[in-house]
Design a protein around this ligand. Structure first.
Ligand code: FMN
Length: 282
């Protein structure tokens, strides 16, 4: 069963005709009010054209990988595995950035790699918004500061004192702000795998963020995930379609310093726990 929520009648009719003629059905244009996403090459509403841009989701890296069907499967040898282990161990949540800009082409390359992540039914429900507008950034930072103050009020005593010292966002310094959404109404993938677990759509977006985190680190770019924000407020500030849900607000940039241990461990908030404590057998 394919989701039809939010489907416009014309699109529904077009789909019916295509399916009767056995013609493959392309992804539905992302329709919300007067807005049709630029990602499918369609018209962009004046609202979005003035206020911001949405990243085109057809990046060179994705296109190349998607069409490169003759490529030979590489052999991943021990040396590669050792480097991969280094990459995994040295990925960090980064909140301290130097002022150096990140080339936009590199950001697109990283998004292209993130979009090679698995997704339920190959639904690719990730939607990336490059937040460039200074006013929108500022309002999102203010929302973070309000939410962070609110979160601090949940702690008492020593924990409250320690919380107040933590740096929980690099939004003021990060050259790149990226908001990542899940489009839960996408028809891409025809609903495969979602019937009993619709939450696999947002899981797919989160999976892509793991890939993005590692790809960024491999290019020397630090990424920080900020969740101390109100998702409805941020979605409103970014003026995105109402059926997109915010998965992550990300800061990217060149890190001030490199560490092998998490910042929250270094600052005495929470140590890593050996994974064997979290493995069960049945
Ligand atoms: C879903 C999610 C939300 C997070 N939100 C925040 C946040 O709001 N602020 C922050 O400083 N770090 C945030 N982090 C980063 C974690 O604090 C960090 O991953 C954890 O402390 C382990 O550190 P490491 O990523 O460097 O290994 C978030 C991470 C995840 C996966």
């Amino acid at each position: 069963m394919v989701r039809t929520a939010g489907l416009e009648p014309a699109w529904a009719i077009a789909r019916e005709i295509l399916s009767l003629l056995c013609i493959p059905i392309p992804p539905r244009p992302l329709i919300c009010g007067n807005y049709v996403s630029a990602s499918f090459g369609a018209r962009v509403s004046p609202r979005l054209a003035q206020g911001g841009t949405i990243a085109a989701m057809t990046h060179a890296a994705t296109k190349k990988a998607a069409t490169d069907t003759d490529a030979q499967a590489p052999v991943f040898d021990g040396a590669f595995r050792a480097r991969l282990e280094d990459l995994i161990k040295w990925r960090r949540d980064v909140r301290r950035f130097i002022t150096r800009e990140v080339d936009d082409a590199l950001v697109d390359e990283l998004l292209g790699l993130a979009a090679l992540a698995p997704s339920v039914g190959n639904s690719q429900p990730w939607r990336f918004v490059k937040v460039r507008d200074e006013d929108r950034r500022q309002r999102i930072i203010e929302n973070f500061e309000a939410c962070n103050a609110d979160a601090l009020a949940d702690y008492n005593g020593e924990k409250a004192k320690l919380y107040a010292t933590l740096k929980l966002s690099g939004m003021r310094d990060a050259p790149v702000h990226l908001a990542v959404f899940c489009d839960a109404t996408t028809l891409v993938g025809y609903g495969v795998g979602q019937k009993t677990m619709p939450e696999t759509l947002p899981y797919s977006v989160v999976g892509a963020l793991g890939t993005l985190w590692l790809a960024a680190r491999a290019h020397g770019i630090g990424m920080g995930w900020v969740s101390i924000i109100n998702p409805e407020v941020v979605s409103g500030i970014l003026d995105v379609p109402g059926d997109w849900s915010l998965i992550a607000y990300l800061c990217l940039g060149y890190p001030e310093e490199e560490h092998i241990d998490p910042e929250l461990q270094r600052f005495g908030w929470q140590d890593r726990i050996d994974v064997s404590d979290f493995v069960l057998e049945r």
